[in-house]
Each structure stands twice: as C-alpha cells, then as structure tokens.
Write a protein that binds this ligand. Structure first.
Ligand code: IMP
Ligand code: MG
Length: 184
C-alpha cells in the first residue's frame, strides 16, 4: 500500500488512550455486576481484544456474526444471523461491542434479537460512530470517536477483507476503493 493512498485519521496513541478511558468507564459502571461482552464479528475483534485488557472487573466474552442480505433487501434492514452466541444471556448484563455504527441497521437487528432473550441490561459500545448516515436510531451508551462521512479502515475494520491489521484508523483517499462504498 502506498503512503499516499491512506490517510491516518485516528493515530495509534489516540486509539490507545480512548480505549483505556472506555475500559475504565465500563469497569466503574459494571463493578459488582455479572457482565458479558458480545463482539460483532468480524470488525470488532481488534477493539474487543484491546478493550478487555482495560476492563478491570470479571467478565465473559462471546461473539455473534451477521451478514446483510443483498442490496435490495438491505435497505429494509434485513440482516441474517451467521453465528449465534454460545452463552445464555438471560438475566445477564450485556454490552455489545461494535467497530462502527453507520446506518444503524445491523445493530438495530442484533439489539432486537438479543432483547428477546431477556438480558438484565443491554448496552452498546462502538469504537466509531458515523452519525451522519444513520437510518435507524439505536441507543449507544459508549462511543469512542465520531467520524465524518468517509469510509474508514484499520484496527479491525476492512475493505473487502483487507486492512484489518492497520494499527490506526485511516481513510482511503480517492479512486475506486472509496467509490465502491458509496455504491453500497
Ligand atoms: P450499519 O448496519 O450500516 O450500521 O453498518 C455497520 C457495519 O458496516 C459495521 O459493522 C461494519 O462492518 C460495516 N461498515 C460500515 N462503515 C464502514 C467503514 O467505514 N469501514 C469498514 N466497515 C464499515
Ligand atoms: Mg465489515
């Protein structure tokens, strides 16, 4: 990848600082409570890995994976469950971990599905929030950063399964790559 293709918008040290703050906040808010963190695969796995090392109270982790239906149905918010939880969340305090909230359709689907299982509480933490593109309002308790209306990669976020390994959040400038996202 050439340097000019990628522009860092959130450097490594800022991610580290914010993740530490979020971990401290969650540790305080959930002290003495039974906590399960649910990562939405695949994008959240890097954030989740760093976040749990900043959470200083006992907790469990689990994962859920979803896929969008084709483009036409996608507009309706239809999402398909690809991998379900292994844990039973009934009566538990649950926090969903997301990489980025864009339209809100994915999280809205997951949140509704999990609420049917009667958790004691259900909150959301997202590393990134792209508020401008929201189609469905979802209550988000903890936000890492608000990002502008541009496609971003790195720190778990991908473009066609690439760039997840970048240690920072970057935008890919110009050309086809960005265009592809606007066509979604
Ligand atoms: P939503 O359902 O529109 O809120 O989209 C959320 C999902 O789309 C996230 O979990 C990401 O996997 C993906 N996504 C949205 N925006 C971006 C981006 O800028 N970079 C990488 N993935 C994104
Ligand atoms: Mg993704």
């Amino acid at each position: 990848m050439k340097g000019k293709d990628v522009k860092i918008i959130i450097p490594k040290r800022e991610l580290k600082k914010r993740v530490k703050e979020l971990g401290a906040k969650i540790s305080k808010d959930y002290a003495g409570k039974e906590l399960i963190l649910i990562g939405i695969l695949k994008g959240s796995f890097v954030f989740l890995a760093d976040l749990i090392r900043q959470i200083k109270i006992p907790h469990k982790i689990d994962f859920i994976a979803v896929a969008s239906y084709d483009q036409e149905i996608e507009g309706s918010g239809a999402v398909r469950l690809v991998k379900d939880l292994s844990a039973n969340i009934e009566g538990k305090n649950v926090i969903i971990i997301e990489d980025i909230v864009d339209t809100g359709l994915t999280l809205n689907f997951i949140r509704k599905k999990l609420l049917l299982r009667n958790p004691k509480s259900l909150e959301i933490v997202t590393l990134l929030d792209r508020k401008e593109r929201r189609k469905v309002q979802v209550p988000i308790k903890y936000v890492g950063f608000t990002v502008p209306n541009e496609f971003v990669v790195g720190y778990g976020l991908d473009l066609g399964e690439r760039y997840r390994n970048l240690p920072y959040i970057a935008k890919i400038e110009g050309g086809k790559l960005t265009q592809r996202w606007f066509e979604l």
